[in-house]
Design a protein around this ligand. Structure first.
Ligand code: PLP
Length: 422
């Protein structure tokens, strides 16, 4: 459930008309709903009520500091994958002891930063990374808390580009090496093995792959304990999907996911960590764009809009479906079938193909729904298109939470060497 509704045929985010935001901020613009973020966080956290469970929001889904600060107030932790994300989380008020550091390529510099901040744990993804962390922690006279990310070789049944839990993916340590890496952890003086971590992919729409992976983790924890390792933490990753296309996808509810996890993990006596990203913010954001031109080619119609793949890359990169709705509801019941496309010089700059929509004309506003996760964070400046604005709504208030980059700022990032300027 989200807080984007029509009021008098005008799309609103909570109590603010989208067209009011556009009148002052322009298009394209991302608009986030505080109430939706908070609601999704609470629904997920409530699914684990009574358990020793920490919800670490996956910052890579939406790293705007206003989003992170909203979640910090709800008591969320953070799952970060870079120095930049770590700094954002800390700055937004998420305590270090609720931050876990994931990712396959943490540099020594990033490790040192995490150690200095006193983060909860590093999720280790290779033997080489473990050795590097031991060295860095040794130089600082510290002991790094680590969990080992294992690859359970489970098919997440999601898009290949967001599937991470098969043995051919780059993520985690192969299942059969979990024992040897734990033996190595015991031998190293500056790492402390605390647990097991697993994350099999994103936008999962079935419970079964999670259940298979969690069951394997429980077995592994028992085996490791039998060998004398003190396993106290299990990190179950993120990945629970959201409905992008109503009536087509029906991902399990957080409640059903929680029930399944409770069953599989019953009696294991570990602190649990979850790393949801998309589930918290996906449906809490829209991308609003203005239609620039209508064009026909043969018997095909195109609506050319002012947002492009550099602003929201999911359709181009993952063949992702996004609902597209008009900001002002038309009076007519007529529908046309068109492609919604951006202005970038790439055939993949398409938001929707053969989409049924109320007829629109140049100057009309549209909202691309479910753009709160992996939207603004994946944007770029291809075609010298500046980064667009992000706005956050809270009841009847709203604020620009990332200002639109000016062309001047963008161009000033380049510099021309001396030999070309005289
Ligand atoms: C991307 C990622 C997540 C979040 O995934 P969602 O599908 O957004 O919930 C969690 N943990 C790790 C390690 C990730 O890479």
């Amino acid at each position: 459930m989200d807080h984007f509704h029509y009021k008098n045929s005008e799309l609103s985010c909570e109590d603010v008309a989208v067209s009011d935001i556009v009148a002052s901020v322009g298009t394209p613009v991302y608009i986030y709903s505080t109430a939706t973020i908070v609601r999704h966080y609470r629904v997920f956290a409530d699914a684990f009520k009574g358990l020793d469970a920490l919800v670490c929001f996956a910052v890579k889904a939406n790293s705007n500091q206003a989003v992170l600060a909203t979640l910090a107030r709800e008591g969320a932790g953070a799952d970060v994958v870079s120095e930049g994300e770590l700094l954002r989380a800390l700055k937004a008020g998420i305590p270090a002891d609720k931050i876990v550091f994931s990712g396959v390529g943490k540099t020594p510099r990033e490790m040192a930063l995490g150690l200095k901040a006193g983060i909860k744990q590093f999720n280790i993804e290779s033997e080489a990374e473990l050795e590097a962390l031991n060295t860095v922690a040794g130089e600082m006279g510290l002991v790094a808390p680590v969990s080992v990310r294992v690859n359970p070789d489970v098919d997440a049944k999601t898009h290949a580009k967001i599937s991470t839990g098969k043995s051919e993916n780059k993520f985690g340590i192969p299942w059969n090496r979990a024992h040897s890496i734990y033996a190595r952890i015991k031998a190293l003086p500056h790492v402390n093995g605390k647990g097991i971590d697993v994350h099999i992919g994103s936008q999962l729409t079935e419970l079964e792959p999670f259940k298979l992976a969690f069951t394997k983790v429980v077995e592994l924890v028992k085996e490791l304990r039998a060998k004398g390792h003190d396993i106290t933490h299990i990190d179950l990753g993120g990945g629970l999907g959201i409905p992008y296309e109503l009536g087509k996808e029906a991902p399990p509810s957080p409640d059903a996911y929680g029930k399944m996890a409770r069953e599989v993990l019953a009696g294991i006596d570990c602190s649990l960590i979850f790393e949801p990203g998309r589930l918290i913010v996906g449906n809490a954001g829209i991308l609003v764009s203005e239609m620039v031109y209508e064009k026909t080619s043969g018997n095909k119609g195109f609506y050319i809009i002012d947002a492009a793949m550099n602003d929201l890359i999911r359709p181009a990169m993952y063949d992702a479906y996004h609902d597209i709705i008009p900001v002002s509801l038309a009076e007519t019941q007529d529908k046309v079938s068109v492609d919604f496309v951006g202005p970038i010089c790439e055939s993949s700059d398409v938001f929707a193909k053969d989409r049924l929509t109320a007829p629109l004309k140049a100057g009309d506003l549209i909202a691309i729904k479910s753009a709160g996760a992996y939207g603004a964070v994946m944007s770029g400046t291809y075609n010298t298109r500046p980064l667009i604005a992000e706005v956050m709504v809270n009841g009847s208030d709203y604020a620009v939470v990332r200002k639109r980059q000016s062309l001047e700022e963008l161009l000033s990032l380049d510099s021309v060497p001396d030999w070309l300027t005289d």
